[in-house]
Design a protein around this ligand. Sequence first.
Ligand code: C5P
Length: 294
Amino acid sequence: MASIPPPISCRAYAKINLGLRVTGERTDGYHEICTVFHRIELFDDIVLHASDAITVHTTDPAVPSGEANICHAAALMLRERLDLKTGVRPGVHIEITKRIPVSAGLGGGSADAAAVLRSLPALWGKSLPEDDLRALALGLGSDVPYFMGDDSALGKGRGEILEYFRLDVPFAILLCTPPVQVSTQWAYSRIVPRPPERLDQEDLRSVLLRGISDPLLLCEHLVNDFESPVFLEHPLVRSVKESMMRDGALFASMSGSGSSVYGFFHDTDAARRAAAPLESLNYRTFITPPHFRV
Ligand code: C5P
């Protein structure tokens, strides 16, 4: 009888968006975007246990366990793609210790799904070409392909046309998620896409590589098109950005379609000082030290 493979543990890191422009509306219901995805030191822990069936359990009651979880869909897609049938129906029990806030612009569910796609083939003693994995990833969501790699990336198209690059952020990053959940679909419905202007000459990646240490340049070039509609609907989110700017942020922005806001600070102590008033309101905060990389 074949022995049971040992469990596989992995981390699913959250992302922030450094700039996010919505540049066009497509005929398939999606929008064209231009953004830079960047990982922060905030992660869900995922453990994959060999099992007969596909089951999912999460520690956060706000995140569904079972079939409604995106990780369930990821495992199912993978099993079908690997064509593992009859007699050998490998399953997996996916245990997710959730830390990444949900519907918060941090790609938490997408990061979890990508972690499953990346690690599950090994548990089943299989492998898949990178291109096949990326196709499965896009089938799960527009942000999932980004999480199949580890570096920062310039993202275009739906977010799946990716150019990875190493970005060293020399600042401490304070992240704050106020008690507001924003539906991505709703946020897109509030946007009037604008074709790129300046981006034509210099893309976000070049701006970041040239100016990551220059907060004035970041303030000028890194725009998140979702801020206007989300700030209008949820003034609380705007107040988080204002609080960070008042308390010493060199640059601050909302991530994705919100509601999380991040700020760049000279060092971890400065980020901690800016976090204090937000924590006193019971908002969740996380600090990523300078030069962090996955
Ligand atoms: O791909 P995902 O499932 O994350 O997208 C959720 C929703 O966000 C889509 O149904 C669509 O309404 C919107 N969306 C979009 N353009 C994108 C990504 C998402 O319009 N590039």
